[in-house]
Design a protein around this ligand. Structure first.
Ligand SMILES: NC(=O)c1ccc[n+]([C@@H]2O[C@H](COP(=O)([O-])OP(=O)(O)OC[C@H]3O[C@@H](n4cnc5c(N)ncnc54)[C@H](OP(=O)(O)O)[C@@H]3O)[C@@H](O)[C@H]2O)c1
Length: 331
């Protein structure tokens, strides 16, 4: 039998295991021009939380009683498709299933010999592309500038901070544990990192580590952490609004500081973005990310949890910061 994980209920606030349903179903059989895939790695991502809500967004909500879809690396185990052969590995937006069939549409072949397969979900996948595009299109970091990144020890944040270092910035990271803060400076080359969970006065802490103010803020978390950074922005600062995980589980509209006077007074730019709207930049991004990796200028870490049945809990664990770098489930 094949295993599948469905969205059973729309989470109210923080997602719970009971919002998901495990079902057994018959193994899929392929027809002409199709491939049978065995899931190897599943990406769990904070943005999936938004798709679990109903209502209008940049992407359609997940349907109840249907499998969740996320980034997946899978192995082709049968093929009647001219473009794929048994033993190929592919990356694509696929269902939370152990086995599934596909027409091949939207799938990219990935090279298992080049980097570990899971890297195609992280540094050489959607989160690496997000860091690159957010900085190249909005943040535009320049040598000598100060860049602050929140969610710094996560998949996007750790890559964004390292790219800013490559561009010659002074980089300050904000993360949620002493271990993460230590990793950012010792392994990822950040200049300074702050543990927001043990820092009493974030505004004062940011002032202390950014004596020349903040030129670029790469925001992955929103909320009060971002308010503390925003009061220190410089003239012509750029604020890359990538994510707002601190408010994804809110059940009412969060109260926030009025930031308009800061933007006006500093002639600052604040822009949100969705990585999938920048597909024209992906080839350039992959070229740079791959080169920096091979040159040793860029490194990455992953938290890999094993077991198909662990996917929902691993997703929930993102909201407790249980990952360092990209959170991935190995099947
Ligand atoms: N715009 C786009 O196209 C795009 C694409 C990908 C991702 N994103 C966004 O980018 C952000 C990072 O995504 P990711 O995939 O790299 O995830 P991630 O950073 O690898 O994982 C999430 C991290 O968020 C932190 N966090 C959780 N709850 C928090 C809270 N209440 N306050 C502050 N930090 C909290 C945790 O780290 P700590 O231990 O540090 O708290 C956790 O490890 C997310 O907001 C995501 O939605 C946007």
């Amino acid at each position: 039998m094949n295993q599948s994980i469905l969205l059973d209920k729309r989470p109210l606030g923080r997602p719970r295991l009971s919002d998901f349903k495990y079902v057994s179903e018959a193994m899929p059989e392929i027809g002409t021009g199709e491939i049978l895939l065995r899931t190897s790695y599943v990406s769990v991502d904070p943005y999936l939380r938004g798709r679990m809500n109903s209502g209008k967004s940049y992407i359609a909500p997940f349907e109840l009683q249907k499998p969740i879809i996320s980034g997946v690396i899978a192995e082709v185990i049968e093929s009647t498709h001219a473009g794929f052969k048994k033993g190929d590995f592919v990356s694509g937006m696929l269902e939370w299933k152990e086995y599934q069939k596909s027409s091949g549409k939207g799938l990219l072949k990935v090279d298992a010999g080049k980097v570990p397969l899971s890297a195609y979900l992280g540094v050489l996948g959607m989160t690496g592309l997000t860091a690159y595009v957010g900085l190249s299109e909005i943040g535009k970091p320049k040598e000598g500038e100060t860049l602050v990144v929140s969610g710094a020890a996560g998949a996007v944040g750790s890559v964004a901070g390292q790219i800013a270092k490559i561009k010659g910035c002074r980089v300050v990271g904000i993360a949620g544990s002493d271990e993460k803060v230590e990793m950012l400076t010792s392994e990822f080359g950040f200049d300074v990192a702050i543990n927001y969970k043990t820092t009493q006065h974030m505004r004062k802490a940011i002032a202390a580590v950014c004596p020349d103010g903040v030129d670029v803020y790469f925001d992955n978390v929103g909320g009060v952490i971002s308010d503390a950074v925003m009061v220190h922005i410089n003239q012509f600062a750029r604020i890359v609004v990538c994510g707002a995980i601190s408010v994804y589980n809110e059940t009412s509209i969060p109260q926030s500081m009025s930031i308009q006077p800061l933007l006006i007074g500093n002639s600052a730019l604040m822009q949100g973005f969705i990585v999938s709207n920048y597909q024209a930049k992906f080839r350039e991004a992959m070229m740079h990310l791959s080169r920096w990796l091979s040159e040793g200028k860029l490194t990455y870490t992953e938290t890999i949890v094993e077991g198909f049945d662990k996917i929902p809990q691993t997703f929930i664990d993102l909201f407790d910061g249980r990952n360092k770098g990209k959170m991935v489930v190995k099947i």
